[in-house]
Design a protein around this ligand. Structure first.
Ligand SMILES: Cc1cc2nc3c(=O)[nH]c(=O)nc-3n(C[C@H](O)[C@H](O)[C@H](O)COP(=O)(O)OP(=O)(O)OC[C@H]3O[C@@H](n4cnc5c(N)ncnc54)[C@H](O)[C@@H]3O)c2cc1C
Length: 505
């Protein structure tokens, strides 16, 4: 596979949003900004912050208030949708502008938001309960199972609910050189929903933000964006705006991130059906630095996502050259010169993601570790919108209404880190891979058997349940006894897995 250009591709993604015409037009004199202590500050600091000088009613959204949402990805669109819906129920009419330069109608990196596009089981259900159903043209494929590939064999894990609830979607209009698709991708669908409930979509790139009186002045590439009472930053983690806000906005520190690799292989529907079916293929391979890799079938294409500490050409080549991966492609041939990019993923929370009249949501604030980023965009968007409409837009309102959601995601991620360290150990130790494989095979082959290991792996791979719940289930005595037994039996001399062992060529 020709990957020498992926660095250039990553730069092109940045360039999409930061071309030379989009240099900040608004400067940020340090002294011209409010006291740093007001920005997502501690309780004691809140007490002395700007909000204390203003009456509660001045820190509320009311008729005629103006809200700027920077970024129309899932976080920005869902925030706008929830806020406008809730405010309209209480008869409050605000102007809400979403700044989003992408149309999501171009194919290739410029038209998408760089992601595996797996919408978790739990999120599909939650969105449906919110009245947001994903139409057939948005869902590229319903995923009904996971295929776990290891050097000691492979095994299929079916959805515990026996329903096709996981959705594989494109965030934009599909890979480069793909024929234009009918209908919108996932992000455009959500953005259109926000517009339907009254949001104004401004097709502009925000290049700077400045405090202006009690509100904010937005600077856009090619002109003034306007002034607003509330600033909501939902620009994701790949945005060039975050370092600008880091320097200029008082106390906010962007999240920590990890580089990832995404590629799109054209294989055609029938070949995908024959080789991959409706399973997501997850690889637990002992490749140094590789955390997680998966092939996700979608329509005519298969997306590859790789996460790791140091994704580079060598690691990608090693991965694509491994027998476990090659056997997923027809005749073991991995297509070359495919649409690919390097994108960042959120792996650590932002500091001070809120303050008087501003809040950061989605990837710009906090996301679930490695999984269900769209789900955390939903959670932060909903919590921030509820806070703005019910409690106000002061730092103390966000502390009370919004921070608990960020804190609970951050705490759960600490457990997630431990779980991934254990998964990493399993990846490294052949005897443990054999034990895990045997346990899953037994569970999947005996109907009615409680699939303890399968459901744990399912939730780790899909992000369908909090990491805390996954950890608690691993501590169940029945799980531990069964694991020990399977480790023992699978490693007895002459023990054979029911699935074929893959031997390196
Ligand atoms: C390799 C990889 C695979 C992933 N796979 C999955 C997965 O399968 N499932 C899942 O749930 N999550 C996945 N994620 C995570 C997921 O992509 C993010 O968590 C999610 O997109 C966050 O949504 P967001 O709205 O906060 O940010 P984004 O989706 O990044 O949206 C930000 C928006 O802001 C716009 N923007 C940026 N800068 C500006 C500016 N200056 N002015 C105006 N607009 C701007 C952008 O154009 C973009 O539309 C993956 C991430 C990576 C890197």
């Amino acid at each position: 596979m020709n990957i020498e250009n992926h660095g250039a591709c990553a730069r092109r993604i940045e360039a999409d949003l930061t071309d030379s015409s989009s240099r900040p037009i608004v400067s940020f004199p340090a002294g011209g900004l409010a006291d740093p202590a007001t920005w997502g500050a501690s309780k004691a600091e809140d007490a002395t912050a700007d909000s204390s000088k203003l009456s509660t009613s001045e820190m509320q959204l009311k008729d005629g208030s103006r809200v700027a949402v920077v970024g129309g990805g899932p976080a920005g669109s869902l925030f706008s949708y929830f806020l406008l819906r809730t405010l309209s129920m209480s008869g409050v009419h605000v102007t809400l502008d979403i700044f989003e330069p992408r149309l999501f109608t171009h194919s290739g990196p410029s038209g998408c938001n760089h992601c595996g596009g797996v919408v978790s089981e739990s999120l599909v259900q939650i969105l449906a309960m919110e009245g947001i159903n994903l139409p057939a043209e948005v869902v590229q494929r319903g995923i009904d199972s996971y295929q776990m590939h290891m050097d000691v064999g492979q095994v299929q894990i079916s959805t515990p609910l026996m329903e096709k609830r996981i959705a594989a979607v494109y965030r934009g209009n599909g890979p480069r050189n793909a024929p234009p698709r009918m209908g919108a991708g996932f992000d455009r669908h959500l953005l259109d929903m926000a517009v339907m409930v009254g949001a104004n979509w401004r097709h502009q790139l925000v290049s700077g933000v400045e405090k202006s009186g009690d509100g904010w002045r937005i600077g856009c590439a090619g002109g003034e964006g306007g002034t607003y009472d509330l600033l909501v930053v939902a620009s994701g983690i790949n945005s060039a705006l975050l370092p600008i806000l880091d320097e200029a906005v008082i106390g906010y520190r962007p999240p920590t991130s990890l580089r990832t690799f995404i590629a799109e292989f054209h294989m055609g529907k029938s070949v995908i059906e024959a080789n991959l079916g409706s399973s997501m293929h997850v690889f637990l391979l002992d490749i140094p630095g590789l955390q997680f890799a998966a092939l996700i079938p979608k329509g005519e294409y298969v997306s590859l996502c790789m996460l790791g500490d140091r994704i580079d050409d060598r690691m990608i080549e090693t991965f694509l050259g491994s027998p476990e991966v090659r056997e997923c492609f027809p005749k073991g041939h991995v297509p070359q010169n495919v649409c690919h990019c390097l994108a960042s993923i959120n792996v650590g929370p932002a500091q001070r993601p809120y303050g008087d009249r501003f809040v950061f949501i989605g990837d710009s604030a906090v996301a679930r570790l490695y999984k269900d980023g769209i789900g955390s965009a939903y959670r932060t968007a909903k919590a921030a919108a509820a806070t703005c409409s019910l409690q106000g837009i002061s730092a103390s309102a966000f502390r009370a209404g919004y921070q608990p959601t960020c804190r609970s995601l951050t705490r759960d991620n600490a457990i997630g880190r431990f779980i991934f360290a254990v998964c990493h150990l399993i990846q490294k130790l052949r005897f443990s891979r054999r034990g895990v494989l045997r346990m899953v095979e037994k569970e999947q082959s005996i109907p009615g058997k409680h699939p303890r290991m399968s459901s744990i792996l399912w939730d780790v791979f899909t992000g369908s349940a909090p990491y805390t719940s996954v950890l608690l289930r691993t501590l169940h005595p029945a799980f531990l006894v069964s694991l020990l037994w399977n480790l023992f039996v699978a490693n007895l001399p002459g023990a054979a897995s029911t699935s074929r062992e893959v031997h390196p060529t």
